[in-house]
Design a protein around this ligand. Sequence first.
Ligand code: HEM
Length: 158
Amino acid sequence: MSSDLTAEPTYHAVLESYYRCEKSEGCFGTFYELFFGKSSEIAPRFVDTDMERQKQIVGASLLWMLRLGRGDPITWQEVVKLAQSHSRQGHDIPPHLYSLWLDALCNAVERHDTEYTPELESQWRAIMEEGIDLIVSKYEPQKKQSSCETNSSFWLSL
Ligand code: HEM
């Protein structure tokens, strides 16, 4: 499926679905309500959050996630920033919560997109999974190669 991500039909189908959801009343409110209901681990992380602002920002970040497969370096940097803010040193979001995030997002799309189909949901999932993989890959601090490791890989490559 990942080779399809930059394909125009998939990208445009999800982008159009995004705009239909954004236009419909309260889509991001529905999303957070559903997300909070997925696990008791989630809501406490947002106790000090201005949720009205959060609902506005998450929409913009979905567009970055959506465009990631198109290979634009600025989009990639924006998703890396999200990865850094959600990493162990930032909001400290454990990787297992991302599948709940994606389920809640798809449930919200199902409620708010009048043209929802199971096939459209698979397209949403395929596109978002690429960004989620990138974010999760940066959860733990990146290990720097020691000079010893660098030297041994040099000798091993001979
Ligand atoms: C790919 C999926 C996700 C996207 C696109 C996303 C997007 C965002 C954005 C745009 C922000 C505000 C800017 C920032 O702090 O970087 C944010 C903050 C936050 N996110 Fe996520 N998020 C995702 C997954 C999750 C998950 C799975 C959780 C788990 C509970 C989570 C919890 C939080 C928390 C606690 C904040 C800080 C809220 C505050 O400022 O008080 N996020 N997220």
